[in-house]
Ligand binder design. Structure first.
Ligand SMILES: [Zn+2]
Length: 174
């Protein structure tokens, strides 16, 4: 397992499900994978849960978070599920506390938690698939990307500007 594997799996999933427009409908992807998404007040500091019970799983999202954050949470939990991260056998609740605004967030940068790093990379690639990012960037005319372009792209993909900036630079577009 590696971040490269996580990236490839996300891109393959987007292609397989025929996601060809933005913003990518992450909730629909979750449902197509048999992962129902629920919203609830999860308490302070908790952004999402992946609740597994044998073969069954579902996602619970912090209802108090902004939609952009909720989308990242859903994509991150899909990542844990799709990459078959086994936290513990049987019934298990994985709790995410939202330190993953970006794939270079605190936990990612210290490298202490490889599953979180992989889930974050997966989420970034699911929300901002390479092909669609390149397509949208090309529509901007091919000049250097300026701040307002990044804002525009973040809006189109419904992600944070920080997440978009990191994605663009990892694709060598910034
Ligand atoms: Zn996680």
């Amino acid at each position: 397992m590696s971040v490269r594997y996580a990236r490839t799996q996300a891109e393959k999933l987007v292609d397989r499900l025929g996601m060809s427009s933005v913003p990518v409908d992450v909730e629909k992807i979750a449902e197509q994978l048999g992962l129902p998404v629920m919203y609830a007040d999860l308490g302070a500091g908790v952004s999402g849960l992946l609740i597994s019970d044998g073969a069954e799983a579902h996602i619970c999202v912090q209802e108090r978070d902004a939609p952009v954050r909720q989308r990242f949470t859903i994509a991150h939990e899909i990542g844990h599920h799709h990459l078959r991260h086994q936290f513990e056998p049987g019934h298990h609740v994985h709790v995410d506390r939202g330190h993953y605004v970006s794939e270079r967030g605190p936990r990612a940068s210290d490298g202490a938690d490889p599953k979180e790093v992989e889930a974050n990379r997966f989420a970034a690639c699911l929300l901002m698939p390479m092909r669609l990012v390149r397509e949208k960037v090309a529509e901007l005319g091919g000049g250097p990307l300026l701040d307002h372009h990044v804002s525009h792209l973040a809006g189109a993909f419904r992600v944070s500007e920080q997440a978009m900036t990191i994605r663009l630079s990892s694709l060598g577009l910034l």
